[in-house]
Write a protein that binds this ligand. Structure first.
Ligand SMILES: NC(=O)c1ccc[n+]([C@@H]2O[C@H](COP(=O)([O-])OP(=O)(O)OC[C@H]3O[C@@H](n4cnc5c(N)ncnc54)[C@H](OP(=O)(O)O)[C@@H]3O)[C@@H](O)[C@H]2O)c1
Length: 306
């Protein structure tokens, strides 16, 4: 597929995902020209381009696809992820290898600035593969010679609300992974998108790693909010001991389940919590979109623990 040049073109890799699709809509609202790259393997690929939006099917696994995608772009956002994929990728192949391939292609093509979506807890010796991969991706952008911004998100609030609520309509239950008592700092998709839009627009954020959270809650608080909102249902708790078994046993036949269980154990340790206030105070004009804003209006009645 031919791509077009525009002096302000922004490539959003993973532009069909949870964050990516919201970001693309926001950039459209800002009047920006956007190119989306994704495979259409796990997330629906738009049937036709919208005003100012160019579509490119491609994979981070392919060097040629990365080179094609960055052609004529001034800025690039890495919003792809291999963590939640049931097929076609892992944190190692997408968040580490794919990010490096994209950064190399962007540097060779003379892209001006790259925004790397990272995660709170990213470190070379972190206990989760995704956190080690995110650290490696941050190192890639820092070594690339490009202007860069790294945004370390907390766990995605909307994703947790959706996955915990999934069995509510069919089984009347809301899932809680572990004790439900550990503090976790979540970032809503809306907040993540606002941070990326600001990073793209404000040169003062270049060369910075921004830890960006919305609110800190326990999974128990989220479950209570979902039940209150729905007006029915009860909580189904997956005990810590079951998470340990899932993390160890399911790895050979369901790496996805093993990843989710390991992440739940990491949350249980309290390591997923941080104080978002200092960074938020630097951007007082960006309103917090937290739990209250992420749920539909309350239905009024409360559920019970079961
Ligand atoms: N979700 C969280 O809790 C969380 C926390 C911290 C940081 N982050 C980071 O924030 C960013 C956005 O996360 P998200 O939750 O919005 O992700 P998501 O909903 O899982 O979307 C992932 C996107 O990446 C695309 N993708 C996956 N593998 C690809 C490949 N090999 N080549 C091209 N595209 C590929 C997917 O489309 P196809 O699969 O159809 O290609 C989709 O568009 C990611 O970088 C993620 O690591 C997320």
């Amino acid at each position: 597929m031919r791509v077009h040049s525009s002096p302000d073109m922004i490539l959003v890799v993973g532009g069909t995902g949870r964050l990516g699709s919201r970001l693309v809509a926001g950039l459209g609202y800002d009047g920006k020209h956007v190119r989306i790259m994704a495979r259409g393997a796990n997330h629906p690929f738009p049937g036709k381009a919208g005003h100012g939006v160019e579509l490119l099917r491609g994979s981070l696994a392919s060097r040629a696809d990365c080179e094609h995608a960055v052609e004529g772009c001034r800025q690039v956002v890495f919003a792809a992820s291999g963590f939640g994929l049931k097929r076609g990728g892992t944190p190692r192949s997408v968040d580490r290898g794919g990010a490096r391939r994209l950064v190399d292609a962007a540097a060779a093509a003379g892209v001006e600035h790259i925004v790397m979506m990272s995660m709170h807890g990213a470190a070379p010796d972190a206990p989760l593969e995704i956190l080690r991969a995110k650290h490696a991706a941050e190192e890639s952008v820092k070594a690339s010679g490009l202007a860069w911004t790294a945004i370390r998100m907390g766990l995605n609030l909307d994703q947790f609300l959706a996955s915990m609520s999934e069995p509510l309509e069919t089984k009347g239950r809301v899932l809680v992974f572990g004790s439900g008592r550990a503090p976790v700092t979540f970032t809503s998709t809306a907040d993540a998108s606002s941070a990326v839009r600001r990073a793209l627009a404000d040169p003062a954020l270049r060369g910075k790693t921004i830890e960006w959270g919305s609110e800190t809650h326990t999974l128990g608080t989220l479950a209570d909010a979902i039940l209150a909102n729905a007006g029915h249902g009860s909580i189904l708790q997956i005990p810590v001991v079951a998470l340990r078994v899932m993390a160890a046993v399911s790895r050979p036949f369901s790496p996805f389940t093993a990843r989710m269980a390991a992440a739940a154990l990491w949350m249980e340790s309290g390591s997923a919590a941080f104080d978002p206030a200092p960074k938020r105070a630097e951007f007082p004009d960006i309103p917090v979109a937290g739990l209250r804003q992420s749920l539909p209006p309350l239905a009024g009645s409360r559920g019970t623990r079961g």
